[in-house]
Write a protein that binds this ligand. Structure first.
Ligand SMILES: [Zn+2]
Length: 157
């Protein structure tokens, strides 16, 4: 059985082989999972997510691109590449304990037109998973509009 790390908090998500979503044991978030039965891909994901949670977006993006080189139809890798490009950190709200996506990078194009986002939606294996991605993307979009001051442009973007 593969053990995935939560995108939001890094907690454990027990993954049934082949499952495309699961629930975190620590924060209770139901999130999309990489469709990976391959131990190598699972390890690449956990490594990439580790960098992303440290806001090392370039290192994380390179790791997700490695996954896409092996499996270009990997929905979750496309989605996580989007998170890196937009520099999205899941910050815990101290009052509600809800994880709120916060953008660290300025992107002028909408997340909904990002090619990796579109690839993620196109490759999503079922309606429920597709809905999880769409809901998360809308949340990110809404949040970036509401907190324009949080943007810290850096790098080549
Ligand atoms: Zn979690």
């Amino acid at each position: 059985m593969a053990l995935f790390k939560c995108k939001m908090c890094g907690g454990n998500i027990p993954g049934v082989d082949g499952a495309v979503f699961g629930t975190c044991e620590s924060c209770g978030t139901t999130s999309t999972l990489p469709k990976a039965n391959d131990e190598k891909i699972v390890n690449l994901f956990n490594r990439a997510n580790h960098f992303r949670r440290l806001n090392e977006f370039d290192k994380a993006l390179a790791a997700y691109e490695n996954i896409l080189n092996e499996d270009n139809a990997n929905t979750e890798a496309h989605w996580c590449a989007v998170l890196c490009r937009y520099g999205i950190e899941y910050v815990e709200d101290p009052q509600t304990h809800e994880r709120v996506p916060t953008c660290h990078r300025t992107q002028y194009a909408s997340i909904l037109t990002d090619t990796d986002y579109i690839a993620a939606i196109e490759n999503a294996s079922d309606r429920y998973t597709m809905g999880l991605y769409e809901a998360e993307a809308k949340k990110n979009k809404r949040n970036s509009k509401r907190h324009p001051r949080n943007f810290q442009p850096r790098g080549a973007f």
